[in-house]
Design a protein around this ligand. Structure first.
Ligand code: ADP
Ligand code: MG
Length: 621
């Protein structure tokens, strides 16, 4: 026999709601800090004891709560932030659901003290049930203090899920970090068991923002991130996005804010992955801290109680805007694209002091610490904005020696890529002039301010890849008919797989047909690869397609194919290049998008400045 229906007691209803909103101490901290920010606080102090299980105290200097609203603030569905359904359409505050305080005080021993005018404060205390708690006057500075003790003391089921003190505290630390990353005008202090753990000063000037970024995400990220500032009708994207060379093996440094609210959103994630797909291995993750701003009407934040998800009215538009903005910023990373750019810098841990270091075993070179092309990229970006500035990619094209043209059709063809027609500047090319090849791996080149070192395979790989993409964009990759068709033996499933992807392969310049269950005849090959090891290449392609074609499709798959072609077709380490070949490659790099990295995100070149060399040899001291 079924039970009769009863209305839940308010306490129980609040505790159920708390189950959704307050999963652990960190979620209570998030709600409290968001309330402080909504109240316009510029200083927020968070005190934690025992990972927040014993105590969470948040104190702010915001607007305070009216004496007569104190109790109301803690009841469910009570908020000062919206009044009618239309307001849901234009939410400009972090909170609006009116459930956080009610949820929190139903599962803790709760104290709320607040003053709208300094000295004239009031306080209430609630333990679970709050039937007319006493309200007492209190000397409290303008602002609000909320204290939560013994979280989940009356909900044992939830209490059981609390982790070790340290773990809970780490979550709180992360919550504060996320908020501090977006609220630059507020200072934050965090203490744990009475010890100050964090202090983030408020940022008065735009230019100091990177200081907080460094404090929160590490100086390595701050140094190796591109500053992004992009705007389209009604959309604005700003923040920092990591260079491909700063990729990570987890998505742990990805912060995306929509109108100041941190979100985890599939669409945004996908847009970011897509912006990086050309420059990162598929198992690497980009790092970023980005802020998207758009009219509140364009985004619905009322999707989930924790407000971590959003829905965009024009999701396609948002997707394309983000992808394009980030992609373009990354694509601009090429050597010498800016006049005053210092290309990749190599710095030294210590100046080399001959006597103290054993000569042969630890050469000074091994102590090089590579500092990425940051200043270049940052500068570059600024210059891109002020696009009138003449840039160094307006270069005279260096004629190729005949020997180069014959010796290496793939490279030579790449070198003939159309140059963006600009007025030639009489300056020296950014990557300088080739001096020699070192170990058959690196090209050494000289510029007026230093020595450039280029990984020739990585560089050529990028040049080829971008060239293939350009060709593909205009129709299909041009192919060359083989004089003598080439038969390649493969596994049966590889032959089938090539057949399945025939269309993509043809677009990529290949012409082939099966000649048996386990072999194919190749009749046409991409022009740029005519000299490559074709057998090996088609085997690699078949193997890649077999393992990746299920997870990738369309354009992305095509780009995978081109990526393999570029990697396999690029000049290999161990090949001797002539000086003119080297120079041709340098000039190609200068006009190639993403020229600073190979397709896998490794850097393609570095610079050792004259100044650094002088330091190394203690010259001029
Ligand atoms: P919401 O933030 O969704 O409105 P809450 O339950 O978090 O709901 O808070 C209820 C109300 O209490 C808020 O609308 C606000 O008016 C008030 N309030 C809460 N915290 C603060 C604070 N730190 N400073 C000023 N007012 C606050
Ligand atoms: Mg709130």
């Amino acid at each position: 026999m079924s039970q009769r229906i009863q209305k839940l007691q308010p306490l129980l209803a609040n505790q159920i709601a708390a189950g959704e909103v307050i999963g652990r101490p960190a979620s209570a901290v998030k709600e409290l800090i968001e309330n402080s920010l909504d109240a316009g606080a510029t200083e927020i102090e968070v005190d934690i004891e025992q990972g927040g299980i014993q105590l969470i105290r948040v104190r702010d200097n915001g607007s305070g709560i009216h004496r007569e609203d104190l109790l109301l603030a803690t009841s469910r569905h009570a908020t000062s932030k919206i009044q009618q359904v239309d307001d849901l359409d234009k939410i400009a505050t972090l909170g609006f659901r009116g459930e956080a305080l009610a949820s929190i005080c139903s599962v803790s021993r709760f104290t709320l003290a607040s003053a709208q005018e300094s000295g004239k404060g009031w306080q209430i205390q609630i333990e679970g049930i709050h039937e007319n708690p006493e309200q007492a006057p209190l000397a409290h500075p303008r602002g609000t203090t909320i204290e939560i003790r013994d979280l989940f003391f009356n909900t044992p089921a939830r209490r059981k899920f609390l982790r070790a003190e340290k773990t809970e505290f780490d979550h709180i630390d992360e919550v504060l970090k996320r908020i501090a990353l977006s609220s630059f005008q507020t200072s934050f202090t965090l203490t744990h068991n009475k010890r100050q753990v964090r202090h983030y000063r408020k940022i008065e000037q735009e230019s100091d923002r990177t200081a907080r970024l460094s404090a929160l995400c590490g100086s390595a990220f701050a140094e190796q991130a591109l500053h992004i500032e992009a705007a389209a009708v009604d959309l604005r994207l700003s923040g920092w996005t990591g260079l491909p060379t700063f990729s990570r093996n987890q998505g742990d440094l990805q912060y995306f804010y929509v109108n100041g609210r941190i979100v985890r959103d599939k669409l945004l994630n996908h847009a970011m992955r897509s912006a990086y797909h050309d420059v990162l291995y598929h198992d690497r993750h980009p790092a970023y801290v980005l802020f998207l701003e758009l009219a509140p009407q364009q985004v619905d934040v009322n999707v989930h109680p924790t407000k971590h998800e959003v829905r965009f009215r024009e999701s396609r538009l948002v997707y394309d805007f983000i992808r394009r903005s980030v992609h373009d910023a990354l694509a601009s990373l090429r050597p010498g694209a800016s006049p005053s750019a210092a290309p990749t810098k190599i710095t030294f841990d210590k100046p080399y002091t001959g006597s103290s270091t054993k000569p042969s075993t630890s050469s000074p070179v091994s102590s090089f610490k590579i500092q990425e092309q940051i200043s270049l990229y940052k500068k570059l970006h600024e210059d891109r904005v002020a696009s009138d500035v003449p840039t160094r990619d307006a270069l005279p094209k260096i004629a190729l020696g005949a020997e180069w043209q014959e010796a290496s059709p793939p490279l030579a063809a790449a070198a003939r890529a159309p140059t963006p027609e600009k007025t030639p500047a009489p300056s020296e090319p950014p990557l300088g002039h080739a001096l020699a090849q070192f170990r058959d791996i690196y090209i050494l080149a000289e510029t007026s301010d230093g020595l450039i070192i280029v990984d020739m395979h990585a560089a050529h790989e990028r040049v080829l890849y971008e060239r293939f993409k350009q060709e593909l964009a205009t129709q299909r990759v041009p192919s060359q008919v083989l004089f003598v068709p080439l038969t390649v033996t493969l596994r049966e499933q590889e032959v089938d797989c090539l057949e399945v992807h025939r269309h993509s392969l043809e677009q990529s310049g290949w012409g082939f047909e099966p000649s048996s269950q386990e072999s194919i005849i190749i009749r046409e090959v991409p022009q740029l690869l005519a000299q490559a090891d074709l057998k090996q290449l088609i085997q690699d392609l078949a193997c890649d397609l077999l393992t990746q074609s299920k997870s990738t499709r369309g354009e992305e798959l095509l780009h995978k194919i081109l990526g393999t072609m570029a990697c396999r077709g690029a000049v290999h380490a161990k090949r001797r290049l002539s000086i003119s070949e080297m120079n041709a490659l340098l000039r190609d790099m200068e006009k190639t998008q993403h020229g600073g990295q190979c397709n896998h995100g490794r850097p393609t070149w570095m610079q050792l400045s004259l100044h650094e060399l002088d330091r190394l040899f203690l010259r001029g001291r």
